[in-house]
Design a protein around this ligand. Structure first.
Ligand code: ZN
Length: 441
């Protein structure tokens, strides 16, 4: 008898959707995990002959798929979930969000909001968030302590906030954070200028230079509404994307979020410069901002990833829901049901996100040598029967309450719907306490 290799974890699943190649499904396979990495994906019989594991998970009623990558979030804004609905973006920001932020945003607000958001994301199959908010130092601490993963946005905005008083302080704090986390196994950093209309030319130019020098991505809200484009044309005599090009920001490092108001030349500029576009369909729909022409972008082979935006404009952090909305919206928009298949929607929520982050060699699909960022969803209840195609189920019929288990770099952070690194009762109590404080004004 040959001896089996001892590894950390084996997950044997009814179905595995590896994510690469797009549309592939494996039936009766197992994933072997050691030291946070996938070491093998094999037919279950062969896996059991080759390996023995400390943790063995037999999941014949589950679909296993790559951890979802939420490519645009403001995690701490979860504290403001549902605080102001059914109004346009500028009114929503100027009359509601910004005044509440001015009064309440603090280290504690961000810590509690981040924990609430990460708990929600883990319970809906997300294993990585590309985040942008005040006190990114606190977000990073919560990511570190919970075992979650994030790209922490190094925020730059023209007005003074509790986080920083002026441009020099925003930059000083940004650089200190980038330095602090440069070798962290689960945290990366990116520059996060809020938007072209809230950041001046000088700061944007400075970001372009430093991002290049330090090899950092740049995460920005761009062309969120037609009004943003019109205002830029009247103030700067050019479209926001043209202004960013002049300032040296257009290139493969750029993660352009929203992009609802696009001309043909904007799209060509993104293609030529390998810009990644982050589609946030539910936030755009809810704020009536416009609709990103995803089908056109994908036809041009532009990398399009998916994000929820903050819970204050969505109002959830559910990437399964976001995939379904993205697929349905593209079909409705174009009157063509072939646009954005279920498998393409899953690709946008996984590997396309990893690519936009520059992390596609370690994340975004279930593949030998990649990180073991893995989600299990139970498909044995009435709502899931019968199942002809697991990818169709994942996008068009499943919902996040069916997510049972989540592993982040091999660590079991959601175990049969229980969070293992976050105190759920405390998270709920903190959220209620913030509601009381904000309601009392
Ligand atoms: Zn946003």
């Amino acid at each position: 008898m040959t001896s089996r290799t001892l590894i950390d974890t084996i997950i044997s699943a009814g179905w595995i959707i590896p994510g690469e190649p797009i549309g592939k499904v494996l039936e009766g396979y197992s994933i072997a995990i050691n030291h946070g990495k996938i070491v093998d994906i094999l037919v279950t019989d062969r896996c059991m002959k080759k390996y023995t594991a400390t943790h063995l998970h037999d999941m014949p009623q589950h679909i296993i798929f790559p951890g979802l990558i939420n490519m645009h979030g403001h995690s701490a804004m979860s504290i403001m979930r549902g605080i102001a609905d059914d109004i346009p973006l500028q009114q929503w920001l100027e009359n509601h969000i910004w005044p509440i932020e001015a009064q309440f945003v603090s280290e504690d607000f961000v810590t509690d909001g981040a924990r609430l958001a990460i708990a929600e994301m883990l319970r809906s199959g997300t294993t990585f968030v590309n985040d942008m908010y005040f006190f990114p130092n606190k977000m990073a601490e919560v990511v570190h302590e919970t075992g979650f993963q994030a790209c922490i946005g190094l925020l730059v905005i023209d007005f003074p906030t509790a986080w920083a008083a002026d441009a020099d302080e925003y930059f000083e704090k940004a650089l200190a954070l980038a330095d602090k986390y440069k070798n962290h196994p689960r945290i990366v950093t990116a520059f996060a200028p809020h938007a072209p209309y809230t950041v001046c030319d000088e700061s944007l130019k400075r970001i372009a230079t430093i991002a290049q020098e330090m090899d950092l991505m740049v995460h920005i809200h761009l062309h969120e509404t037609q009004k943003e484009v019109d205002d830029s044309l009247s103030i700067h005599k050019m479209r926001p994307i043209e202004r960013l090009e002049e300032l040296g920001l257009i290139g493969p490092r750029l993660q352009a979020v929203h992009m609802t108001a696009l001309s043909e030349s904007d799209i060509n500029m993104c293609k030529k410069n390998k810009v990644s576009i982050i589609h946030c369909p539910e936030s755009n729909l809810k704020l009536g901002s416009g609709i990103c022409p995803v089908s056109t972008l994908l036809r041009k082979n532009i990398n399009v990833a998916l994000g929820t935006d903050g819970a204050a404009s969505n109002n959830d952090l559910d990437m399964l829901g976001e995939m379904r909305t993205a697929a349905l919206l593209a079909k409705g928009m174009t009157k063509d049901p072939t646009n954005i298949s279920a498998a393409q929607a899953l690709h946008m929520a996984t590997l396309a996100g990893a690519r936009a982050l520059g992390l596609e060699t370690s994340k975004g699909s279930l593949k030998k040598h990649k990180d073991a960022d893995i989600v299990a969803i139970k498909v044995s209840d009435i709502e899931s029967e019968p199942m002809y195609n697991p990818i169709s189920h994942l996008v068009y019929s499943a919902n996040r309450s069916q997510v049972s288990d989540v592993w982040v770099q091999g660590k079991h952070l959601l175990n049969q719907r229980k969070l293992t690194t976050i105190d759920e009762k405390q998270v709920i109590a903190n959220a209620k306490s913030w509601r009381s404080k904000i309601n009392s004004i």
